[in-house]
Design a protein around this ligand. Sequence first.
Ligand SMILES: [Zn+2]
Length: 679
Amino acid sequence: MPDAFRYCFRFCCDPGFNDQVELPKLLGFCDEAHVDDVMVFVNVEEINTGHMDEAEQDIWLDLLERIKKPLDERGITLSVNHWHSLMHADLGKHFRANQSFRAMVDPYGNAAQLCVCPLDENWRAYIARIYARYAALAPDTVWVEDDFRYHNHDPLSWGGCFCDEHMRRFSARAGKTLTREEFVAGLLSPDEPSPYRQIWLNECRAGLEGAANAIEQAVHAVNPAVKIGLMSSVPYVHAAEGRDWKSLLSAFAGARNLPVSRIHLPAYQELVPSKYLQAFHMVSLVNRALLVPETLVYPELENYPYSRFSKSRAFTRFQLLSSLALNLSGMTIDLFDLNGRGIIEQDGYQQMLREVKPVLNAMQASGVFRNPRRGVCVLVDERASYHLHTKAGSKMEELYPEEFFWAGLLPAMGVPMYVGPKPEDAQGVCAVSGQYFRNLTTKQIEKLFAENFMLLSGDALDTLLSLGLGRLAGVQSTVLMAQNIGAYTFEQVTNGKIYTGVPNARASSVISGADALDVSYLPNARITEYSALYDSFRKRRASCEVVVENRVLLYPFGRFGSPQEIPPMLLNDVRQEILQDVLATSARMNAPMVENNPNLIPYAFAGDDAMYLYLVNGAMDAVDGIPLRFPETDGSYKVSVLPSRGEKIEFTIKIEQGRCTLPLKIASMESALLTMRKQ
Ligand SMILES: [Zn+2]
């Protein structure tokens, strides 16, 4: 019976340099760390020689064969981590004399020396042949690296591809001969997207899917059982290259295999756990939601540029535990240099991996993470780049959607959240930011408002108004108030309630906050104001957090610096208590919230006869006694707890006036899986 949570260890050695020493070390490491699969790096990073030829590949094939035999004996699978497809970056290298590949070209006409255009038929035939030769070894999975993308191919500016062949195709679709400048200006043009935007995104998508088909057909002609995994980058960046996740992963999977994906975990180096989780929710959780549920997901645990100077064992363990919320098959694990130095036993990662494996297996095997999710639905759309309006139209980064604000904010504030790629995923409360509404028809937007309690950021409200649908939020118009020009410096509670134990509580709104909207409501709108914005002279300047008709929270902050930015002042205990009060008052929540305790993250799941809560402590403080606020006002639950450290425990809780405190301790960077049955 294979482990529920598989360790896929990415192994680098340099044949002819240290393979004699490294192969026995690899087996020792696998035994000790309980590795399930070894992904052998080929022609990797510092020892990459460009697009290698078959004579070079023979050396690697020989190494793979030598590794496979002892792994087979141990029941460990072999996979191949061929390190380049289009090529990550030139790094001073270039095509060889006999390689007639077409170079990738950036939006300004600069051509790469080593990175290729994915349409190039010579390269497609070459890369397909390389992968077919791996397939002959019957590996478990052959991986395609994350350079299989249009962006990030140094030294190109942004990436490509705007080569002559691409320009010919863009022109054919547009029905006129286009210069590169004309096409780039068109696809980035502000306001309503020009037809060039769609041409760009459709061609990008078709280009990579065509290359994926070439690899798939070659591999499966040799061995139809070999799985093909795709490594990827940040989903909002892939949106700007038209990625259709389902379609691309299906192209690699072929007719009989499941899709296999290595999604990005956003920390190559150690971060404060709370900051890591914020990025994890805005990147990894979003990416998982864009994949079909049955995808075999092995995220990217990596401590580049390696050694414990990059990442401690403790933080590595924390990434493993917290990743469970994604619903995984396991993890790719990349711990050591990619220069051939080999496995560094004195780092001691192997003991940590062995120690944490049983709890990862037990939690994943419980099946909880496959269940339907509960909480606030944060809506995103993988086709957002087709619809969004750019600001200045001057750079490719303007195509990155900004729909992830609530995914970063809500979990940190103890509000269970999940990501919905379709508007139908909302189940009572849904959260919208950025220009998300541009992805929907008027009918779809009206349905969302009719069926859900809505949380809207300032940007979402402005988008709604620009679509002529302000009436749905009871809003007539807005005026933007830029931060730091004296318009406001703090938010003050105005509803007479006590938050954080003080009357008229204040939350700062200057320097580290955000721009805000001064909202004018429709005359007949029934509004409940929670707070208002004030300037330094204590003069009230505008409403701040307001609930309209008990069905829309207008959260007026917006215009953040990037798709992943949460201004630090917005993570604040007054704002947390207001938000939780609004959600509790809405009576639409279907999962409990964690009160107080910043960065104690609840993930909620629904089973047939139970509710499940996965609690991850991303704070540096331990918690002893966890206050929960329930949707129901009373009742009792029998709770059994599988903690990440220590023994299983059980207890009964009684809800009084919607609240109770779990008699449970969770240390910093630890977690607990709770099964809660109503009594
Ligand atoms: Zn091209």
